[in-house]
Design a protein around this ligand. Structure first.
Ligand code: DGJ
Length: 736
């Protein structure tokens, strides 16, 4: 074993080499290899003889890390004229010829940047998490970038971000400032991306990437994912399937404009450059100030999309989603049963219904506020967060009390970032509203967005939440909505309009940070007129999100399926509503696949429907630990056949639940063949029992039979889904 002294002297020698080289004394630095390894994967960086920092490998890790240095020699692709094609953070204006990760104008007006390795350090945060930081400096300008790689060993996840700073004689303008710059080598690249609109969230599209740049981006400012979410998958060599193939998942942790450039270069390699969108956003950085980018999150699996999604889900529960390992409240929401039309008497009835149904909480939606401009539709009142005196003469606090006396909790809807032009807030603070001073206003859902780059607006938004909790300490839940995008981007507060899009989101996070430091665990739903704002930066502050206003259960099977690749079931708020033509059982079964809620008129349910819902809530109580914390295995893809099937299995592989649906109503369609289960213990014996049966209906499943895990994974099980049994929930238990 080397002595401590020997190690220290080696480190000193290396530092000396670098310093001498840095001083231009011509001593060649030795090649440094920096592997970022997780349980199964490796991202390997190399410092070349000229101190460029390059990525030489991304994929399954090697048994012998000493062999990483041999990787570059195994490729005989065409020449890299710059030695920057595989740069770990590509600067522009010097040797680079491809899409850059960073572009700047220095204080003296010069547009060139070169970044050379200076040093790196690895900090072990705990047994699972490590943080690598690498310092790069421009040899000519006093300008530096630190790259951060936070790796989660067990989960095979990496978060990557950068810090940019300088000590030049004046301000530097950052024109592009990516969070990460990855470099992947494969025979071909298959992008699975998403697009959407209101009620059509998470529509997948898969295509082969060709040479040149494909950009995924948004310029909406708020509700930024409405047309294009920042999550995507890249399969290598061929499209990955659920259980086979190499696939990278990526996601920007940013709730505003993002930009992800996917460039297949002339050597046929894939360059991924992800970060905030630089659209209309050149950022002026003062000397000694630090510009931090949000993180880009990624994972990789060589066993298909299913494994990659389980890694990401478990990372989210362990590290990101607020209270990811905790519990959640089932609820009754009044949005679709009343819309804006309610009063105290109606709500008193709904509170009784909440109890009768058997859920934990009543959630009062939009329409409870505004007096000069009452919120009786979506054209007025937004911004005036005082209880409407004619609808709620006794205020929210009397409702919270009333809920308590009914034995249920109370939650409330807000949309604090927004304002109607018909509101007292707008009249009092027109300068708090995002709009072009000389142009006609343009509305999205009849409303405008407040300028969260302004600290006074941040105080106002924080104050809305704080006052609700101060006045009602027993308030148990917040639904935070965000229905408008940003038009006419202009802040009356900012001197530099180019900072607007970035400072808006930073302002939002400041507010959420304050809320969470005072109210760390109160459940909050991240809603955005549906799923227009779902990302892993926002989910640090929220316990759940609203995937879509489209609650037609048939549509939801598809929407929830796609979200599930990136987000765990515990974070997905699924409500039973009157959308769609399916019976209540089908609607409830689909909603049970995540965090269950209802938005129906309970008093209008017939006896059997009510009994079914009440029983289903009890069944859900038993099954929710495995739905919320279990591993998810997609068994039958609704896009590939007439049946959809998903298994949730606990970590011990001893119990689970399988949801099965008919998604094609054509004659004779159903589960003609058995469905292969996954993830089980082959040697273990299991029983399967149908649950969530509608009153009076008998199951066609013989639950006295015993199967080995081996049988269920090789031969499978037939849930007997058909036109008469369109939705089948099975409980799986090991035989004890
Ligand atoms: C949009 C949300 O998605 C709905 O659930 C509801 O809260 C409405 N806003 C209220 O305006």
């Amino acid at each position: 074993m080397k002595s401590f002294k020997q190690i220290i002297s080696k480190v000193k020698l290396l530092v000396l080499f670098i310093i001498l080289y840095g001083l231009g004394l011509g001593v060649k630095a030795q090649t440094i290899i920096i592997p970022v390894e997780t349980a199964k994967n490796a991202l390997v960086l190399q410092v070349g003889s000229n101190r460029d920092l390059n990525a030489i490998y991304f994929g399954e890790k090697l048994l012998n890390s000493a062999e990483y240095s041999q990787i570059p020699g195994t490729f005989k692709q065409t020449e890299d004229y710059t030695s920057l094609l595989n740069s770990a953070y590509t600067p522009s204006g010097s040797r680079n010829l491809m899409e850059p990760a960073i572009t700047v104008t220095h204080a003296d007006g010069n547009n060139s940047l070169d970044l050379r390795y200076v040093s790196h350090q690895i900090k072990k945060v705990d047994d699972d998490v490590s943080l690598l930081s690498i310092l790069l400096k421009d040899p000519v300008y006093n300008f530096e970038v630190t790259l951060f790689y936070k790796s989660y060993f067990k989960e095979d996840v990496i978060e990557q971000w950068t810090e940019i700073r300088h000590k030049e004689k004046g301000n530097v303008v950052l024109h592009k400032y990516a969070s990460a710059n990855l470099y992947v080598k494969a025979g071909s690249y298959w992008l699975n991306q998403y697009h959407g609109d209101w009620a059509k969230e998470m529509q997948p599209e898969e295509s082969q990437l060709t040479h040149g740049i494909k950009t995924l981006d948004t310029k909406l400012g708020t509700r930024a994912n409405l047309f294009q979410p920042s999550v995507f998958m890249i399969s290598l060599n061929q499209p990955a399937s659920e259980d086979e193939g190499s696939v990278l998942y990526g996601a920007m942790e940013w709730s505003g404009n993002f930009r992800i450039d996917l460039e297949v270069d002339y050597q046929d390699n894939l360059r991924i450059i992800a970060g905030m969108n630089n659209y209309a956003s050149p950022y002026t950085l003062k000397p000694n100030e630090t510009f931090s980018t949000p993180a880009f999150l990624y994972t990789f699996s060589d066993k298909g999309k299913g494994e990659a999604s389980r890694k990401l889900q478990s990372w989210a529960r362990n590290y990101r989603l607020l209270d990811g390992k905790g519990t959640r409240l089932t609820l009754l929401n009044n949005w679709e049963s009343t819309y804006f039309d309610f009063n105290e008497n109606k709500l008193a009835e709904l509170l009784k219904d909440t109890k009768k149904l058997g859920v934990d909480l009543f959630l009062l939606d939009d329409g409870w506020f505004g007096n000069k401009y009452p919120r009786n539709d979506d054209r007025a009142g937004l911004g005036d967060w005082q209880e409407n005196k004619s609808k709620l003469p006794n205020g929210i606090s009397s409702l919270v009390k009333e809920a308590q006396s009914n034995g249920v909790k109370f939650g409330i809807w807000i949309e604090p970032e927004m304002v109607n032009s018909k509101s007292e807030l707008y009249e009092k603070h027109p300068d708090w509203v995002i709009k072009q001073p000389l142009r006609e206003e343009h509305y999205f859902r009849n409303q405008l967005v407040l300028d969260l780059s302004n600290p006074k607006v941040q105080d106002f938004v924080y104050g809305i939440v704080d006052k609700l909790f101060m006045d009602n300490p027993n308030l148990a839940y917040i639904k935070w909505d965000c229905n408008a995008v940003i038009y006419n981007a202009y802040s009356a507060h900012l001197n530099n309009q180019s900072h607007f899009y970035i400072d808006y989101v930073k302002g939002l996070y400041k507010v959420l940070e304050r809320i969470r430091s005072k109210y760390p665990k109160v459940p909050m739903m991240l809603c955005s007129g549906g799923g227009g704002r779902v990302d892993y930066a926002a989910l640090k502050y929220f316990t759940e999100f609203w995937p879509s206003d489209n609650t037609d259960p048939l549509e939801r099977i598809f929407i929830q399926w796609e979200y599930s690749y990136f987000y765990p079931a515990i974070s997905s708020s699924n409500h039973v509503t009157d959308w769609g033509k399916q019976p209540i059982k089908f609607r409830t079964d689909v909603a049970m696949m995540g965090k269950l809620g209802f938005d129906i008129v309970v008093s209008k349910l017939n006896g059997n429907d009510l009994k079914f819902c009440q029983d289903a809530i009890q069944t859900y109580d038993v099954m929710k630990p495995v739905i919320w914390q279990g591993d998810q295995y997609r068994l039958a893809n609704p896009r590939e056949g007439s049946v959809a099937s998903v298994l949730y299995l606990n970590a011990e592989k001893s119990s689970g639940v399988i949801f099965n649906y008919l998604v094609n109503n054509r004659y004779g369609e159903g589960s003609k063949r058995p469905i292969l289960l996954k993830g089980l213990d082959a040697a273990q014996k299991y029983k399967l029992k149908e649950v969530n049966l509608y009153p009076g209906v008998n199951s066609t499943i013989d639950d006295s039979r015993i199967y080995t895990g081996d049988f269920l994974m090789k031969v499978g099980f037939n849930p007997d889904v058909n036109a008469g049994r369109t939705s089948v929930v099975l409980q799986l238990d090991e035989l004890r």
